[in-house]
Design a protein around this ligand. Structure first.
Ligand code: GLP
Length: 252
């Protein structure tokens, strides 16, 4: 796992956006896995000038039962923070199925659609304070696929601000851990002190379904970019900085 520690959240967003921009410049028809949440807004802010005309996207998760027009839906989040600002073909912007009358079959179709698109070239990720990826809550199977999940109280509390006085939905559909591990590159970003414990457990802790993000330890090309606050729990910070300082030119 490659760990990059940068001074600020804005630096993290710029660095992550740079990786995405280099991929799309080299592969204009790239398939991107996209995430939502406060952490990734800094990334999308930097992608406004990127040519998305041939890009295909698959979003990580969505609440069950929310209309795409609901202001707290991840459809609305993506429209606000990215899709309304770039030249993406919305027929290529895919979201997990959350309003189907046969969710199990629709989830299997989502997995097939990802494979039919050639698989995900780069999966952008945030991390929950409890170490969840997407909406793969603690004890999610590390072999899981796109499916319906029930949110923990902590996750619902963390997402309450987007819903105001409305109840946060109890159920969601999320790509599974196995789905994420099949992406050719996983790029996880985190900032702020609230993520320090989860980042430390993900990077330096044991592989455990209790910390779904620890599954990235199994991924052959996982990059974690964090600011100093989110890196505070990492015991090998100096080593990670040494690795970055001595990265061979061809790897940059
Ligand atoms: C939600 C999303 C995750 C996201 C997490 C952290 O749970 N489903 O994909 O990583 O929130 O979001 P934030 O970056 O706002 O802390």
């Amino acid at each position: 796992m490659e760990v990059i520690v940068l001074p600020t959240a804005q630096d993290v967003g710029i660095a992550a956006a740079g990786m995405i921009a280099r991929l799309v410049a080299n592969k204009p028809d790239a398939v991107l896995g996209l995430a939502t949440g406060a952490s990734v807004t800094a990334v999308y802010e930097e992608l406004k000038a990127l040519d998305f005309s041939r890009v295909t996207t698959f979003n990580l998760d969505e609440y069950v039962g929310l209309a795409p027009s609901h202001p707290a839906s991840f459809h609305a989040f993506m429209e606000t923070h990215l899709f309304s600002r770039v030249n993406i073909d919305r027929r290529r912007a895919h979201f997990p199925p959350t309003r189907s009358d046969d969710l199990a079959r629709s989830c299997e179709k989502y997995e097939r659609d990802i494979r039919s698109a050639g698989g995900i070239d780069l999966q952008l990720l945030g991390i929950g304070r409890d170490g969840h990826l997407g909406f793969n809550e603690p004890t999610s199977s590390l072999a899981s696929r796109t499916r319906i999940k029930t949110l923990t109280r902590l996750t619902r509390e963390a997402n309450q601000p987007a819903f105001g006085t409305e109840q946060v939905p109890l159920h969601v559909v999320t790509m599974g851990i196995a789905t994420l591990l099949e992406a050719r590159h996983c790029l996880l970003i985190a900032d702020g002190p609230a993520k320090a414990a989860a980042v430390a457990q993900m990077v330096e802790g044991p592989l455990s379904a209790m910390v779904p993000a620890s599954a990235l330890q199994l991924h052959p090309h996982a990059t974690v970019i964090v600011d100093e606050d989110a890196a505070a729990g990492l015991s090998l910070r100096d080593y990670y900085r040494e690795v970055q300082r001595n990265k061979p030119q061809w790897q940059r």
